[in-house]
Design a protein around this ligand. Structure first.
Ligand SMILES: Nc1ncnc2c1ncn2[C@@H]1O[C@H](COP(=O)(O)OP(=O)(O)OP(=O)(O)O)[C@@H](O)[C@H]1O
Ligand SMILES: [Mg+2]
Length: 265
């Protein structure tokens, strides 16, 4: 088991309270609250510009909140640095792939094992003592096995097909030992088969590694198929929350996606 410190189920690992974030005059997020339960796969959906990515950016420390609180594992982490949050298992991925294209698949994951910062990359990968290196190497290979990428360990990341690059992105994230993993549109640009495989990996990350997952996604079929709880944002705030069935049947959610009748002209 790569991540033995499994958080206890049925308690919130993350509590967002009254969150707001503005950019000049733009209100990207306002009075948004959500609880994410340990061991769950929790979807965050909503129309374009609803404030989903901004919410992830604030939770993960890329932006400070303009107002509100973020409680992670019972601690107030509002405004904490990304690196400090990563060190306590709060990890996010980005809308696009963020791999080191000219490193091998294995080395990408080894960089992730060392914290993943771009600075001092060579020292991070190659400059450790041999015992540390051997340990990182073993861990990286275990992670590649988990994602079914072991046969590609020596390939340059840039040579991988799209679906494998996205799986590698997830492998790098797992190397950082997340307790809560925030995935921003993990299925974007994937064909149905790639999406199905990626969804399987997300589920296994939760089931076998004990990672709690919060994910933003526009692919409704994928979201509904994989998440136990779905939170819907619109205009920066909470519109609805519930099981996939609740959300699918919710009138205001349907209207938010279809637009009001007046918008259809
Ligand atoms: N750094 C920024 N500076 C100014 N405005 C921003 C910034 N980041 C986000 N916004 C604005 O905040 C609003 C919410 O954007 P956000 O990216 O959070 O939406 P989203 O729900 O992730 O949308 P999408 O589904 O298209 O990715 C938008 O109006 C966006 O233009
Ligand atoms: Mg977004």
């Amino acid at each position: 088991m790569l991540n033995p410190s499994r958080p206890s189920a049925e308690s919130p690992i993350l509590q967002v309270r009254g969150l707001a974030r503005t950019f000049g005059g733009i209100v990207a997020v306002k009075d948004f609250s959500v609880d994410v339960y340990a061991g769950s796969i929790h979807g965050l959906i909503g129309p374009n510009g609803a404030g989903k990515t901004t919410t992830f950016n604030v939770i993960s420390g890329f932006y400070a909140p303009s107002a509100g609180k973020i409680i992670y594992l019972g601690r107030d982490i509002s405004g904490h640095e990304t690196s400090a949050l990563a060190a306590i298992g709060l990890i996010r991925t980005f809308q696009g792939a963020t791999l080191f294209n000219q490193l091998s698949v294995l080395d990408n994951v080894r960089v992730g094992c060392h914290g993943g910062a771009k600075a001092n990359l060579l020292r991070r990968v190659f400059g450790r003592d041999r015992a540390t290196e051997a340990k990182a190497d073993r861990k990286a290979r275990d992670i590649l096995d988990f994602f079914g990428l072991q046969a590609l360990a020596d390939e340059f990341a840039t040579n991988l097909p799209h679906g494998h690059q996205r799986a590698l992105g997830m492998a790098v994230a797992l190397a950082a030992e997340p307790k809560l993993l925030l995935l921003d549109e993990p299925f974007t640009g994937m064909n149905p088969e790639e999406t199905r495989r990626m969804a399987g990996l997300v589920r296994r990350l939760r089931d076998e590694q004990g990672v709690t997952i919060m994910l933003i996604e526009h692919d409704m079929q994928a979201v509904m198929g994989i998440c136990e709880t779905i939170t819907v944002m619109n205009f920066g705030t909470l519109l609805a929350q519930g099981t996939p069935e609740d959300v699918r049947a919710n009138r205001s959610v349907i209207e938010a996606y279809l637009g009001s009748p007046g918008d259809a002209a």
